[in-house]
Ligand binder design. Sequence first.
Ligand SMILES: Cc1cc2nc3c(=O)[nH]c(=O)nc-3n(C[C@H](O)[C@H](O)[C@H](O)COP(=O)(O)OP(=O)(O)OC[C@H]3O[C@@H](n4cnc5c(N)ncnc54)[C@H](O)[C@@H]3O)c2cc1C
Length: 508
Amino acid sequence: MRKPKKIAVIGSGFGGLSAAIRLAAKGNDVTIYEKLDHWGGRAYQYTIDGFKFDGGPTVITAPHQYEELFQLAGKKKEDYMTLVPLDPFYRIFNEKNQHFDYWRDQHKTEKEIEKFSPGDVDGYRKFIKGIAAIFNWFHPFTERSFHSFGSFAKIFPHVIKTGTWRSMYGFAAKFVKNSFIRRVCSFHPLLIGGNPFDTPSIYGLIIQFEKEWGVHYGIGGTGAIVNGLGKLFLDCGGKIQFNTEVKEIIIKDKKACGVLLSNGTEINSDEVICNGDVAFAINNLIAPKNLPFQLKTWMNSMEYSNSLVVIYFGTKIAYEDSALQHHNLILSDKYKELMEDIFSKKELGKEMGLYLHMPSRTDKTISPEGCGSFYVLSLVPNLKGKTDWESMLPSYVEKVMMFLEDNYLPNLRSNVIAQHVVSPIDFHKRLNSHLGAAFSVKPSMMQSGFFRPQVKSGFFDNLYFVGAGVHPGAGVPAVMASGKIAANTIDGQEVIGVSGELKLAGVN
Ligand SMILES: Cc1cc2nc3c(=O)[nH]c(=O)nc-3n(C[C@H](O)[C@H](O)[C@H](O)COP(=O)(O)OP(=O)(O)OC[C@H]3O[C@@H](n4cnc5c(N)ncnc54)[C@H](O)[C@@H]3O)c2cc1C
């Protein structure tokens, strides 16, 4: 049997936890160094006046990924967390406040299409067939790395065959005509920081992820899932140091051999796994003398995802009779203009794109009795734009809250009894995210697969990156997969390549 390794993990987001649990379950000596005072990163849960507000991810898919972690550790998931399925997955509102319920069951969704555009039902069926084909071809690659262009090039015939060179919006528009239904079929890239008008429809596999395995919610919020994973890690013998920022990844002879903490302590390790934002890490955690010019240039020439303003709020009434579901999206007919403002012009336009989370619809433990718990997320440009958030934030928050009050939650502002706001500056300063991007490297054609940073550093031995900025990308299932790739590579088990030509790392 292989000698246990000493492994330092920087950050306790979903990606870091996924890698750390796997490696600790195999008997390695794993310590996580986390800058914040609790687990989760973007999934950090704020507790304010009896309300529990999930900081980020709320749409939980692929529950088998959690099962896998518990199985590896020889534990039962049910002893650590409770996941419940949600249906409809989303309620999507248009500019007239009409809503579309997006169900797991295709027939029920077709009934919704019929309400808005009967002529699009047949096209929707073909769209879903196309999405299933994308999923079948490409989802195996979400748990593998692309270390050579040759292995990546082999997927191109499938890209042509499935039409995934088209943007997500272009792919939807090929099948359905109604402008609102096109929005309904193309919004998923927004969940991972992509512009539906230029994100390749290969990312449409997320739609099938949801259909295949359902959309779930953790009772007690995503924070309860994170706590469950944290406890699992500790039960596997892992160690965590909160309030501990890593200042530098120690590199000697192009090999990572530990971390330097901001309190000056040097920790030696056999392997380093960085779950902090990859762009931030390359720019800030590797000493300039060790940083290859081409690596720095490459990272800084990339495009980064949008940012977000997120307003978490608790209300003294439950708003049970509102039209809102657990997950709500508000996508107006100015969809294209909004995306241009955010992604191309990088400015705050008149339009807003909102996701409204109402967990108190499902879970009474999330807020004090009789109260409502919400967060509203508004898409905004990252810090490459020139918005002065220090001065703009209060008026922007007021604009969003007034919009919700006028359209969905009457008298909202006088009913709010707890509130917290996060802006692009928080993504930058609190979460160490390059340009305050909420989802790290943008998922474009030229920043996906082989063209995206890979889990195993190509420049330094014994260094791995896990999380939203590396392949396969942002979103909880993807970052969990990056954690799996890292752990398996360290174990010499990672499968690299494409079907028909699978090789074991370390053997090829
Ligand atoms: C508001 C919002 C809503 C979202 N909704 C969804 C959703 O519904 N479903 C979904 O699947 N995805 C969603 N996402 C995306 C998803 O949350 C992220 O892609 C994913 O959680 C990122 O995980 P990660 O592993 O990259 O780590 P992160 O969550 O980014 O965590 C990284 C951790 O590293 C720590 N760290 C950084 N630098 C250092 C350092 N130098 N020293 C020590 N610690 C450090 C940070 O403090 C942090 O805890 C959402 C994201 C946001 C922001």
